[in-house]
Design a protein around this ligand. Structure first.
Ligand code: NAD
Ligand code: IPM
Ligand code: MN
Length: 402
């Protein structure tokens, strides 16, 4: 397959972890005989420094024309002055909105070898497998803002259509998993949450095979810590999802571990930059069949516009030291292979290689090791190569049999 992938390293540890994820994708291309063309573009603070804008037009055009976008992180103290006119984060929010990637999938599992790093006791960690579906292009992040010397407001607005599409995505995903959806809101206080709950209930009627429960966000923050294994798909609005998923990462052992996939509707038939999409992606109305243990494949998605990023930020405290954990970024690359390129076997190969390295090391400092980013990258590449040489015949056979 030929695919064009835009990379947006961004700020802080962003370039360090993105380089590791790109190395993984390059290895996948070599081992599985694909052609991935990478196009690095500016975003965030790096873009402000170079052009004055956090999302230059050239970056957006390249992303809109690409088959997938891989992002590191944006932001940092250099651009954090509360009075600053432009902020790195505006670049990321603008990109999410412009690409229409309204469903942000953030899977949480706990690797048994890292259980001791979790603040939770072992017995709570058994069978934890949660897929957060965070609404990504609405709510307080995108409402009107006002500011005077002594007052500020951020409007939180949701439409039925915005809630409905993300709820449907959550129910579809639940069908490929354990068929349970937990919808998180603050319906006892917020009008937007009451609209959210009404709409989710209406959507649920179309999925009688999936059970639905509602939780208020404050108790959900507590329940995630007391019984994380009881959740399957958790769907929630933008701000609640941001907060709950950092909490979820702590359960896994480090913020550096969790990947994300931000997905839109389907592939636009043409894109504003006028480039055709990769030949191999055309006409693929349906994804391949669900793989056992594949927690995050949309059950009924067409080829998706996808933005892939680890859930962590630019980690200014460790930036430039070569110690950032690249696992969240590498697993985001696996999600890119799965969701945007429909390369399930390749995605699983990357996940298996990362899994092996988490089990046997080397590990970065945040998960109890002493290794640097490059050492972990090289270990994953080595396992990937070995895995592929053992499995390649099987994968090629499986694919040609459909
Ligand atoms: P952060 O996620 O950058 O860091 C929080 C803590 O986690 C720090 O101690 C950091 O060292 C650690 N950490 C994060 N990623 C790690 C990794 N890969 N390996 C090892 N340790 C890691 O959050 P913050 O410090 O609150 O925010 C810093 C900046 O990042 C802010 O400007 C914020 O807006 C931005 N941010 C960007 C994104 C994004 O681009 N998607 C996400 C979150 C925060
Ligand atoms: C994330 C980040 C972003 C968010 C920031 C940097 C805008 O925290 O991706 O989780 O709040 O969505
Ligand atoms: Mn966040």
């Amino acid at each position: 397959m030929k695919a064009r992938i835009v990379t947006l390293p961004g700020d802080g540890v962003g370039p360090e972890v993105t380089a590791a994820a790109v190395a993984v994708l390059e290895a996948v291309a070599t081992h599985f005989d694909h052609e991935f063309a990478f196009d690095e573009q500016l975003i965030g603070g790096a873009a402000i420094d170079a052009t004055g804008e956090p999302l230059p037009a050239a970056t957006l055009a390249a992303c809109q024309a690409a088959d997938a976008v891989l992002l590191g992180a944006v932001g940092g103290p250099k651009w954090s002055d509360p009075n600053a006119k432009v902020r790195p984060e505006q670049g990321l929010l603008g990109l999410r909105a412009a690409l229409g990637v309204y469903a942000n999938l953030r899977p949480l599992t706990v690797h048994p070898a890292l259980a001791a790093l979790s603040p939770l006791k072992d017995e709570k960690l058994k069978d934890v497998d949660v897929l957060f579906v965070r609404e990504l292009t609405g709510g307080a992040y995108f409402g009107a803002k006002t500011k005077t010397a002594d007052t500020a407001t951020d409007e939180c607005k949701y439409t039925v259509a915005e809630v409905e599409r993300v709820a449907r995505r959550a129910f579809e995903l639940a069908r490929g998993r354990r068929r349970h959806v937990t919808s998180v809101d603050k319906a006892n206080v917020l009008e937007t949450s009451r609209l959210w709950r009404r709409t989710v209930n209406r959507v649920a009627a179309d999925y009688p095979d999936v059970t639905l429960e509602h939780q208020l966000v404050d108790s959900m923050a507590m329940l995630l810590l007391t019984r994380p294994a009881s959740y399957d798909v958790v769907v929630t609005e933008n701000l609640f999802g941001d907060i709950l998923t950092d909490e979820a990462a702590a359960i896994a052992g480090s913020l550096g571990l969790l990947p994300s996939a931000s997905l839109g509707e389907g592939t636009p038939s043409s894109d504003p930059a006028g480039h055709p999409r990769s030949e191999a992606l055309r006409g693929q109305a349906l994804p391949p069949p669900a793989g056992e243990g594949n927690p995050v494949r949309p059950a009924a998605a067409t080829t998706c516009m996808g933005l892939y990023e680890p859930i962590h930020g630019s980690a200014p405290d460790i930036a430039g030291k070569g110690v950032a954990n690249p696992v969240g970024a590498m697993l985001s690359a696996a999600l890119l292979l799965r969701h945007s390129l429909q390369l399930e076997a390749e995605a699983q190969a990357v996940e298996a290689a990362v899994d092996h390295v988490l089990q046997h090391g080397p590990r970065t400092r945040d998960i109890g090791g002493h290794a640097g980013t490059l050492e972990v990258r090289d270990a994953v590449l080595a396992v990937l190569e070995e895995h592929v040489s053992n499995e390649h015949a099987f994968f090629s056979g499986a694919r040609s049999c459909g």
